[in-house]
Design a protein around this ligand. Sequence first.
Ligand code: 0PR
Length: 396
Amino acid sequence: MAPETPQKTRKMPEKGLPKNAVIKELETKLQKDFSYDSGKILCSMCTNPHSFAKQIYRKYLEKNLGDPSLFPASAELEQETVTMLGSLLSNPHASGSIVSGGTEANIIALWTARNLAKKKLGEVIVPVSAHHSFDKASDLLNLKLIKVKLNNRFQMDVKATKKAITSKTVAIVGVAGSTGLGVVDPIGELSDLASTNNLYLHVDAAFGGFVLPFFKELGYKALDFDFSLPSVCSITVDPHKMGSSPIPAGGILFRDKSMSESISMKVSYLSGETKESTLLGTRSGASAVAVWALMMHLGTAGYSATVKSCLDLTRKLVKGIKLIDGLDVVTEPIMNIVGIKSDTTDVHLISNELKKHGWAVSLFPEYLRVIVMPHTKTSHIKHFLDNLQTILENLT
Ligand code: 0PR
């Protein structure tokens, strides 16, 4: 086993340092971090938060949604945010919470499904492409994860899903914007399957939830994935991804309030007998208020324009990749996530070379993943393609 690198330790100074000295050290230390503005981050579903959202977030840092009796107005704004997200996803009556991210949202969804089903040793069917937050959820909730194969379009295979249903199944999960390739599972067919078998259907649209709703007006083929499908019980949608909001901001939406009642807990010692239906107790009100403010400020038109520019740039990237000998895309991207494969060169080697040029891309077993986020500009993609071309020439 490789020896572990010793953890650098530090003691809190007895006598505090002047602010300037602390800031100076911090700035030096933080230089190692990547910055979105550099354009080198092509591996992240997060981005530089919108400046207005940052301004609002900073202003309301003390708000705690864990105690709505102290912050009733913040709690109301959280609920308004949930209904705005619900409207975007075809259900203005959705209930839910602004949570710490997609992981918490997915855990809450499976927690709810498990409690509603009341089955011992329940099973949840997910595609193999599902995010690892479902592995965490299954471990925590003592649910067995049944991973089904993908079809030739990298979507959850419906026949395999049907076969996987047993008397122990408590939920089916479909993904609308898979982590690796941004693929949307056939949620309509999964909804039919869930309805025939009277099962809970959760949709993980952590990424796609702020992309897919704008497809129709942008002239792209609209894909069914949201509450317009009758069996969809809950949806994960993350403002801290394509919603351009400050971290932490995830969203868990339920078709109706009765569903989340199955996980809600009364906290009797807090005034107003607070009811909690999130994993966290104390949680950021600033996040929810910042999402509210940004949605009000940008409107659907603002988000749609952001999606359009990311998709336009994605097309340019795909065109450029196809012009480089030895490179191709894994599948035509549906959104702003691109898988790059090579039939001549090991993708690990390409990834290492890209790292040397300062690029941060994600390495999946058979392909590289690039995400074209709002911080990615045309000049960055041009530079990236130039570097890729040189790397491929040198490696082959
Ligand atoms: N569902 C899907 C489909 C996801 O892709 C992710 C995160 C989650 C749920 C979980 O969301 P949270 O990370 O908010 O809990 N997918 C990103 C990814 O794996 C997470 C990420 C974001 C990783 C930024 C790196 C990074 O720089 O790519």
